[in-house]
Write a protein that binds this ligand. Structure first.
Ligand SMILES: [Zn+2]
Length: 271
């Protein structure tokens, strides 16, 4: 088995998780910028975080022969303070040329507030001005449908970013079509007790086809499973999906989307 983990918050994981990923056939891991488990007190905290994502974490992953990539932004959970967001956004252009930066993400909405929406628009403009890929976080539970619609409208109003360069992550049964119909990619996040289980993700693949879908673990400091992607592959095999169909969902698809950034390269010397 070979796979790409396209959404994992490795700064919150122990080193053993890297070796488990590699042993399971992981060819690259990608880390969107997100909340740190607590609100940072200043833009300086984000500066250090961006250094961690672009300098230190790739070195930690490199010890296991795993290519590590990241996405940069101020996440929706900390986007209520527009002034802080402006300060953080002004730091990002200086990091965009670093070799492991894939684009702007995970941006989006958390509580669908007016300030979050304003900060989302600022990020979309930043991505458009710098020709970056975009990775979008959608809110949870009852806010998800409304938030996904609001996000779609912001993105559709931005003619400078092609829809195939945008992925809407954490989709569920009631939002997946919204993302795909708009021409975006869609990501299914595999969580043990919220978001999406393996079985539900495979049902969505059966229903909508895997043309523009990927799966990820989004593992962080909460209850999450760093090997959720390979476990889903085993579940697909049990349900009779071909080796080729599994490879497409967990390896070829993320490779197709992420290779739109020329910096993205997988470790194809994997045993
Ligand atoms: Zn995330």
């Amino acid at each position: 088995m070979r796979f790409i983990e396209p959404h994992a918050h490795m700064v919150s994981r122990v080193t053993d998780d890297y070796s488990a990923l590699l042993l399971s056939g992981c060819a690259a891991v990608c880390e969107p910028a997100f909340w740190a488990g607590f609100d940072r007190s200043s833009s300086q905290g984000f500066y250090d975080y961006f250094c961690q994502l672009t300098e230190h974490e790739p070195k930690r992953a490199g010890k296991f022969g795993l290519p590590h990539y990241c996405w940069l932004c101020i996440n929706p959970k900390e986007s209520e303070d527009v002034r802080l967001a402006q300060e953080v956004l002004s730091l990002i252009p200086n990091f965009l040329n670093r070799p492991n930066v894939l684009g702007i993400g995970e941006i989006g909405l958390n509580k669908n507030s007016r300030n979050e929406l304003r900060v989302l628009e600022m990020h979309v403009d930043l991505a458009a001005r710098h020709g970056q890929l975009v990775l979008v976080h959608t809110p949870h539970l009852e806010d998800k449908l409304k938030g996904t619609r609001l996000i779609r409208d912001v993105l559709k109003n931005e003619p400078r970013i092609k829809p195939e360069r945008i992925i809407i992550d954490h989709v569920e049964e009631h939002t997946v079509e919204l993302a795909l119909d708009a021409g975006f990619w869609a990501g299914m996040t595999l969580y043990p007790d919220s978001k999406c289980t393996s079985a539900r993700a495979i049902d969505m693949v059966d229903r909508y086809g895997a043309e523009r879908l990927w799966v990820n673990s989004a593992c962080d400091w909460g209850v999450s499973v760093p090997l959720a992607v390979p476990r889903t592959a085993l579940e697909m095999r049990k349900r009779g999906h071909s080796a080729q169909a599994i490879d497409r969902l967990i390896y070829v698809n993320p490779l197709r989307f992420l290779s739109q950034c020329p910096k993205f390269k997988v470790n194809d010397e994997h045993p």
